[in-house]
Design a protein around this ligand. Structure first.
Ligand code: PLP
Length: 396
C-alpha cells in the first residue's frame, strides 16, 4: 500500500498546477532530434533544441561512438576513482583543456552535475558567493549545497556587483568570496560582462566562475565566452556542457592543474557517480576536434541566427537584445504567448513559449534556437508561419 500522505500531496499539487496552467505536458519526439522533428506523427521545424551545431546527429560522431562501443562496450564499469577511468575519459579531458586554453580539465556526467560538484568542492559555510540573479538552476543548487552565504546581484549590473563585493570583503566574515555567472544567458541570449567582472574580481580578490553552457561552441569562434574576451588566464573556473553545442552528454571544468587535481579528489559527483559511457566520451572528443579544425558549423549557426533575426524584425516583431543566435520573440501577455506557440505548432513550427515565472511578467516570449543544421528553406517556412500567426493574433 502506498502512503496516504504522499498520495494526497501529489494529487493536490498536480491539480493545483493544472488549474493554474503551469503543468507541463512533455512532447515525445519520434526519431532523431534534428532541425526537423516528428511529434505525434506530425513533422515540425524544430526551433527548440540546444543542438546548436547539429552535432547530435552528425555522421562522424555516430561513427566514433559505434567504434567505441565495439572496442570498449556500453558502460564505464565503475566510478572514475575505482577503475572507471578509461583512456577515452583522459583523452576527452586533454582535448577540453586544449580547446579552452587551460592547463587541465575534469569531465563530469552533465553540466548540472558539474555545478553541484565544483561549487561545493571549493566553497563552504565560511565563504560567500556573489551570484547573478538569472543564473541557471544548477548553479543555484550548487551554491546551496556548498552552504556558503549566497549574495545575489542584479542581472549583469556591475555597480551592484561591485557594491556587494565591497560589502562582503569589508564585513571580514568570509574566508573566500566567489563570483558566479552564466557566460550566455539562455532566456535573452545576452553575454555576461566578463571583462568588468574580472576587473572587479581582481580588485576584491574574488574567485571567478563562468558557466558557459550556452556559449561553448557558439561564442569565441566556438571556444566560448571566456576565449571570446581572451580571459582564459584570468577566469578560475570555466564550466561547460557537452550536451548542447557539442551534441552528446556531459560537462566539464577547465582551469589550473591544481584546481583540477583538487576536484578529482574532492568533488562528490566525480567520486560517487559513474562516468559517461565510452561512446559519449569518444563522440565528445571528436566533436571538439571538429570545432578546433574548422569554424564552418559555427559560422553557419551565426548566419542562420542573423537570418532568422532579420526576418522576424522585418515582420515587425520585438526580438529583444540577444547577442547570440538565441532569438526570443517577445509577445508580452502570458496567455497570448502560449496561444502563439500553440498556433505555431499547428502551422508546423516547434518553438516553445516561456512565460512568468521563468521570465518577468508581461515579457512572455517564444524562444527560437536556430542551429547550423537548418536550411534557409526551413527558416523561410518558419518565418512564413510567424507572419501568419502574428497577424492573426494581432501581435504585428
Ligand atoms: C543547460 C545548462 C546546464 C546543464 O547542462 P546539462 O549538460 O544539460 O546538464 C548547466 N548550466 C547552464 C548555464 C545551462 O544552461
Amino acid at each position: 500500500m502506498s502512503s496516504k500522505t504522499l498520495d494526497h500531496f501529489l494529487q493536490e499539487n498536480l491539480q493545483d498546477l493544472k488549474e493554474r496552467g503551469l503543468y507541463n505536458e512533455i512532447d515525445p519526439v519520434q526519431g532523431a532530434n534534428g532541425p526537423v522533428i516528428t511529434i505525434n506523427g506530425k513533422e515540425l521545424i524544430n526551433l527548440s533544441s540546444n543542438n546548436y551545431l547539429g552535432l547530435a546527429t552528425d555522421e562522424r560522431l555516430k561513427e566514433v561512438a559505434i567504434e567505441a562501443v565495439k572496442e570498449y562496450g556500453v558502460g564505464a564499469g565503475a566510478v572514475r576513482t575505482i577503475n572507471g577511468t578509461l583512456d577515452l575519459h583522459l583523452k576527452l579531458e586533454e582535448q577540453i583543456a586544449k580547446f579552452k586554453g587551460t592547463e587541465a580539465a575534469i569531465a563530469y556526467q552533465s553540466g548540472f552535475n558539474c555545478n553541484v560538484a565544483a561549487i561545493p568542492g571549493v566553497m563552504d559555510k565560511h565563504d560567500a558567493i556573489l551570484s547573478d540573479e538569472l543564473n541557471h538552476a544548477s548553479i543555484i543548487d550548487g551554491c546551496r549545497l556548498s552552504r556558503a552565504k549566497i549574495i545575489r546581484f542584479n542581472h549583469s549590473d556591475m555597480d551592484d556587483l561591485r557594491k556587494k563585493a565591497k560589502e562582503a570583503v569589508e564585513s571580514g566574515q568570509y574566508n573566500k568570496i566567489m563570483v558566479i555567472t552564466d557566460g550566455v544567458f539562455s532566456m535573452d541570449g545576452d553575454i555576461a560582462k566578463l571583462p568588468e567582472i574580472v576587473e572587479i574580481a581582481e580588485e576584491f580578490d574574488l574567485i571567478t566562475y563562468v558557466d558557459d553552457a550556452h556559449g561553448s561552441g557558439v561564442t569565441g569562434k566556438g571556444a566560448g565566452t571566456v576565449k571570446h574576451f581572451g580571459l582564459q588566464d584570468q577566469v578560475d573556473f570555466q564550466i561547460g556542457t557537452l550536451s548542447k553545442a557539442i551534441g552528446v552528454i556531459g560537462g566539464y571544468v577547465a582551469g589550473k592543474r591544481d584546481l583540477i587535481d583538487w576536484l578529482k579528489v574532492r568533488s562528490r559527483p566525480f567520486l560517487f557517480s559513474t562516468a559517461v559511457t565510452p561512446a559519449d566520451a569518444a563522440a565528445s572528443t571528436k566533436a571538439i576536434e571538429l570545432l578546433m579544425e574548422s569554424t564552418e558549423l559555427h559560422d553557419k549557426l551565426w548566419e542562420n541566427g542573423r537570418y532568422l533575426k532579420d526576418g522576424l524584425k522585418k515582420l515587425g516583431f520585438d526580438i529583444g537584445q540577444s547577442e547570440t543566435p538565441i532569438t526570443p520573440c517577445i509577445i508580452g501577455e502570458e496567455k497570448t504567448t502560449q496561444e502563439f506557440s500553440k498556433r505555431l505548432y499547428e502551422e508546423g513550427v516547434y518553438a516553445k513559449s516561456i512565460v512568468f515565472p521563468t521570465v518577468p511578467r508581461g515579457t512572455g516570449r517564444v524562444r527560437n534556437m536556430p542551429t547550423a543544421a537548418h536550411t534557409k528553406d526551413m527558416l523561410d517556412q518558419a518565418l512564413h508561419s510567424y507572419e501568419k500567426v502574428g497577424k492573426e493574433l494581432g501581435v504585428i
